[in-house]
Design a protein around this ligand. Structure first.
Ligand SMILES: [Zn+2]
Ligand SMILES: [Zn+2]
Length: 273
């Protein structure tokens, strides 16, 4: 199983970090987790066309994690030569959110249907609102959703991918909670969005301070990894993001709580589970 952190940014625009998005390739399946800013550029860098996606799985509906879902839908459709419905999984509320996204795309869909004679079908999405349980199961690749805690953003989910005898946990934005524990149990790779609480605490801007109570800190992520016998901890979506190549301080901080391998992800970091 290969995990690629396509985008490691956050809501703050960063010239070197696209929005949150993680690719998992296993057992011939290609799974995209979240679709933040610039996701199709990073997918192109990974040699993955939108038509190759077997599923798009959203952890929650915050804009930084979903802003380019419309691009995935539109580009997959425009490049298709036959109807190819996109499987989309997300927390409860995702089906309504996708309906509203499709409403936003009405004009563009109309232009293209009118212009291309051989394009006779609309983009189609097969949407599942996930709660707790198996959300994808094909060819030996199983994905399980568990509720996470990003309150007051609710509901949110994380995912556990099981394939080829390995386990990858994709947590999304969450503080430590029972659902996260279940995702991480014995995981080979655990990908967690994190903030540096020690830095954020000292930024005298209330809008920044607000993010402290609904994200895992680096210490939280490391302690979760240690508690569950994780092999490799991948820190992503760092806030405030360190310059590229200067993440060692983040790794050192995590290493105070976790003995396994620690990676501060950059865009296109690939990790083998
Ligand atoms: Zn986020
Ligand atoms: Zn969020």
């Amino acid at each position: 199983m290969i995990v690629t952190t396509l985008g490691t940014g956050s809501p703050l625009p960063d010239p070197n970090r696209a929005g949150p998005a993680t690719l998992v390739q296993a057992g011939g399946k290609t799974l995209l987790f979240d679709a933040g800013r610039g996701v199709l550029m990073r997918l192109a860098a990974a040699m993955v066309a939108p038509g190759m996606l077997d599923a798009l799985l959203l952890t929650h509906l915050h804009s930084d994690h979903t802003t380019d879902v419309n691009d995935v839908i539109t580009t997959r459709w425009v490049q298709s030569f036959a109807p190819m419905p996109l499987t989309i999984v997300g927390p409860e509320g995702t089906s309504g959110w996708i309906d509203r996204t499709m409403a936003m795309l009405t004009d563009d869909i109309g232009y293209r249907l009118a212009h291309h004679e051989d394009l006779t079908w609309q983009p189609e999405n097969l949407v599942t609102d996930a709660r707790d349980g198996v959300v994808f199961d094909a060819d030996g690749v199983r994905v399980i959703a568990k509720p996470t805690n990003h309150a007051p953003v609710h509901p949110t989910v994380g995912y556990r991918v099981e394939a080829e005898g390995k386990v990858v946990a994709i947590a999304g934005d969450t503080i430590p909670c029972a659902g996260l524990d279940e995702l991480c149990a014995g995981a080979d790779v655990y990908v967690q969005t994190v903030i540096r609480a020690d830095i954020v605490k000292n930024i005298p801007v209330q809008r920044f301070a607000d993010i402290l109570d609904y994200h895992s800190s680096v210490e939280d992520a490391a302690q979760t990894a240690a508690r569950h016998g994780v092999r490799t901890l991948v820190l992503t979506h760092p806030v405030p993001a360190p310059p590229i190549g200067q993440g060692q301080e983040w790794v050192d901080l995590a290493a105070e709580h976790f003995d396994g391998k620690i990676i501060l992800a950059e865009d296109m970091t690939a990790i083998e589970a």
